[in-house]
Design a protein around this ligand. Structure first.
Ligand code: NAD
Ligand code: WQD
Length: 340
């Protein structure tokens, strides 16, 4: 079976993808600098699957270190998760975001070329559709205007992959545009482990549930949506990980660039998420309505048809599954992977 290198594989989506790839029979190599993760996530993936992962502490910007990894392993495909992802921080520290995200991508493509590795999958984001495109978003729409440097790095990296594939017809590139991944592995052993105050909705809710924060602030209730709160396409991280297995099968068999939305196609509002979390887990989440958060769009959701047609992939887990598994992870690991 083929060997897949996951850059940033110790992180939230990478660790769940590692588990699904191992279960599907792929060999997995991980390169991560632990800037937003720890090796513990991958140790737990090994416990869950009973299989070994070859784990390297490595900065993807370090070409010599990456060359060692490619030399020591016969890599068939790469999934490039490594990157910084906090939207607000990217507004404060744009150069750090451009440096890290663009440099990792350029270095990876150069080292892949050096070793003749031709297959790559990239973690892009629905944020590249920008404010101009109508919902639901389809892959045929042009990239739009992003509201923050993080989003621009994703748009620029998509362009870099497209240009690299134009110049090298042997290259096979899959750009995956994720919508809003939440949830955790059904075992509760791996999940999202944000540093400091969570930026994203579900980790904030689970930290309120576990008593770390006293209430949730819902950012805006005057949007042009059915209940006035923003609507998003939340997707269970295990469904997302399964999408990566299908994308790996695909990238190994095709040439050129293909873009896929990974979403469910069904939006839920912030208020609906809070209600579902409370109902499924029997826990009250105190909240108050606050002002809108700058840069938030009223609605974002996928047309998920292309992934169904070409990859044979569909999200199958429900919002209740997402709420139950997010809480199961948080309550078993109140401090994430830290033991204190
Ligand atoms: P994460 O922070 O948990 O994982 C990213 C991993 O990359 C971390 O383990 C981090 O330590 C590592 N990393 C960062 N810079 C590195 C470098 N220079 N060298 C080596 N490792 C490095 O985030 P995630 O949620 O798992 O996201 C994975 C990818 O998916 C990211 O590229 C992110 O932008 C993208 N994405 C995430 C979401 C989301 O909502 N979580 C949505 C769309 C796209
Ligand atoms: C969801 C909804 C908030 C926190 C972000 C990135 C995107 C992608 C996924 C990341 C919004 C509301 C949130 C809170 C709230 N990539 N909210 N109170 O903004 O849709 O997408 O993550 O790598 O690029 O922008 O996700 O989870 O931050 O917010 O009311 O304390 O929850 O306003 O409507 P978002 P989110």
């Amino acid at each position: 079976m083929a060997t897949v290198l996951l850059t940033g594989g110790a992180g939230y989506i990478g660790s769940h993808t590692a588990a699904e790839l191992l279960e599907a029979g792929y060999d997995v190599v991980v390169a991560d600098n632990y800037s937003n993760s720890s090796p513990e996530g991958i140790r737990r993936v090994e416990q869950i699957t009973g299989k070994k992962v070859k784990l390297y502490e490595a900065d993807v910007r370090d070409a010599a270190r990456m060359a060692e990894i490619f030399r020591e392993n016969s890599i068939d495909a790469v999934i490039h998760f490594a990157g910084l992802k906090a939207v607000g921080e990217s507004v404060q520290k744009p150069l750090m975001y451009y440096r890290n995200n663009i440099d990792t991508t350029l270095t990876l493509l150069e080292v892949m070329a050096q070793f003749g590795v031709k297959n790559v999958i990239f973690s892009s984001s629905a944020t590249v559709y920008g404010a101009e495109n109508p919902i639901p978003y389809s892959e045929t729409m042009p990239r739009g205007t992003c509201s923050n440097p993080y989003g621009w790095t994703k748009a620029m990296m998509e362009q870099i992959f497209e240009d690299a594939a134009k110049a090298d017809p042997a290259l096979s590139v899959v750009l995956l545009r994720y919508f809003n991944p939440i949830g955790a592995h059904s075992s509760g052993m791996i999940g999202e482990d944000p540093c400091g105050i969570p930026n994203n909705l579900m980790p904030f809710i689970t930290q309120v549930a576990v008593g770390k924060r006293d209430h949730l602030t819902i950012f805006g209730n005057d949007y042009p949506t059915p209940d006035g709160t923003c609507r998003r396409d939340y997707i269970h991280v295990t469904d997302l990980a399964a999408g990566h297995v299908k994308a790996t099968d695909y990238v190994l068999k095709h040439k050129g660039v293909e873009i896929f939305n990974l979403g469910t196609g069904t939006p839920y509002s912030v208020s609906e998420i809070v209600e579902a979390f409370e109902r499924v887990n029997g826990i009250r989440i105190p909240f108050e309505f606050g002002p809108r958060r700058s840069g938030d769009l009223p609605e974002s959701y996928a047309n998920a048809d292309k992934a169904a047609q070409l990859l044979g992939w569909k999200a199958v887990r429900s919002l209740d599954d997402m709420c139950r598994d997010s809480w199961n992870w948080q309550k078993q690991n109140p401090n994430g992977y830290r033991t204190e």
